[in-house]
Design a protein around this ligand. Structure first.
Ligand code: FES
Ligand SMILES: [Fe+2]
Length: 373
């Protein structure tokens, strides 16, 4: 039997019809991370954020009682966006007491209930309950906001996050704050990025600096025990240009976690890389079949960021170097996949982990049409 396994077919990376189908069934049918609660301005009540989920504009609100809500950015009257927003726009946030449509001023509560429809007798003419905004599922985990565009069929979010929550519990990510965000526009399908993240076969050829910091990566990543963490070279303990930093390790880490690196991939779009003093959280924001925006949030202890001398450059410089190496090779993969000569790739044995994406994606694509409820 061949030690190689067929990767996903070419069309799933380059074909627009296949993309639209996958977007509908998978990106609109699974929990999808849209960013950090704090960065979206959603910590306090009376707040509104507008986020993009692969071309669907979504309103996320925090009401006066502190509850989060989410809804499609579509007025129930004649369909105007409540907050006019071009597709793919970066997130925006603002204070809000209610949601008033700019077209004819139908007004909704932050929970999405219709409050006012001018020049109609709301009580007499229509039942407001029939005209609530189209709901979107919303959840918070570890300081991240996740939304679900087909909430009637959403799996419990805790199930989706169980593995990452257990393996990364000690990092207490909900307490961490963003010290810097690196944003990239990458000309590659989001699955190319996720598959690249999920194997270290490429680390030796693509990341010489990182491999000097973490020699185990140079062996191609085979046999790496990610649950236990990956050790650095002697004398190094974190992902910075020097392998050390003046910041303290995060409180609550185990002895191993204070010197090792851990990571998790939460399909479809959250990649977490955990060092002793910071976490790099990558949020993949697919824009099209061959374009992905990537927000790399570098998260630190709140007291470290509050220190007037805080400077995340030692971590940010290494991540920016490694990220650009990754995105350049992902764009090369995307271009190669676009060739008429390409049919599908192969996973070598040490890419076993990256087979996950097939196991995760294919059953979801094959599922019968959903009832949007
Ligand atoms: S479309 Fe929103 S009030 Fe008319
Ligand atoms: Fe890489």
């Amino acid at each position: 039997m061949s030690p190689l396994q067929a990767a996903l077919p070419r069309e799933m990376y380059v074909d627009r019809e296949a993309w639209l189908r996958e977007r509908d069934r998978v990106l609109y049918g699974e929990w999808f991370c849209v960013g950090r609660t704090r960065d979206l301005g959603l910590v306090d009540g009376g707040r509104l954020a507008v986020v993009d989920v692969a071309g669907e504009s979504v309103l996320v609100t925090r009401d006066g009682d502190g509850a989060l809500h989410a809804a499609y950015n579509v007025c129930r009257h004649r369909g105007s966006q409540l907050v006019p927003t071009p597709p793919g726009a970066p997130p925006s946030c603002t204070a809000a007491g209610a949601l008033r449509c700019p077209y004819h001023s139908w007004t909704y509560s932050l929970a999405g209930e219709l409050l006012r429809a001018p020049h109609t007798d709301l009580e007499e003419d229509i039942d407001p309950a029939d005209f609530s905004l189209h709901p979107v599922g919303v959840a918070e985990w570890a300081g991240f906001v996740l939304v679900h565009l087909t909430p009637a069929s959403a799996a419990p979010v805790a199930d989706v996050l169980a593995r990452a929550a257990a393996n990364l519990a000690n990092y207490a990510m909900g307490d961490l704050v963003t010290g810097r965000t690196l944003t990239y526009e990458v000309a590659a399908n989001y699955k190319v990025v996720a598959e690249n993240y999920n194997e270290c076969y490429h680390c030796g050829p693509v990341h010489p600096e990182l491999t000097r910091l973490v020699p185990a990566f140079g062996s191609g990543g085979s046999g790496l025990a990610w649950e236990d963490g990956i050790p650095h070279r002697e004398g190094a303990w974190t992902f910075t240009t020097t392998g050390t930093t003046t910041r303290a390790p995060l409180p609550g880490l185990s002895e191993a976690e204070r010197t090792r690196h851990k990571g998790e991939l939460v399909h479809p779009n959250l990649m977490l890389s955990c060092s002793a003093d910071h976490v790099a959280a990558f949020v993949l924001l697919p824009q099209d079949v061959d374009r992905t925006r990537i927000d790399c949030h570098l998260l630190f202890a709140a007291d470290a960021v509050a220190d007037p001398a805080f400077d995340p450059s030692d971590a940010a410089d290494l991540w920016d170097l490694v990220n650009k190496q990754d995105w350049a090779i992902c764009e090369s993969v995307q271009r190669g996949m676009s060739s008429r000569a390409y049919t599908h790739g192969w996973f070598a044995p040490m890419e076993d982990d990256s087979a996950d994406i097939r196991r995760w994606l294919l059953p979801r694509l094959a599922a019968p049409d959903r009832d949007d409820g």
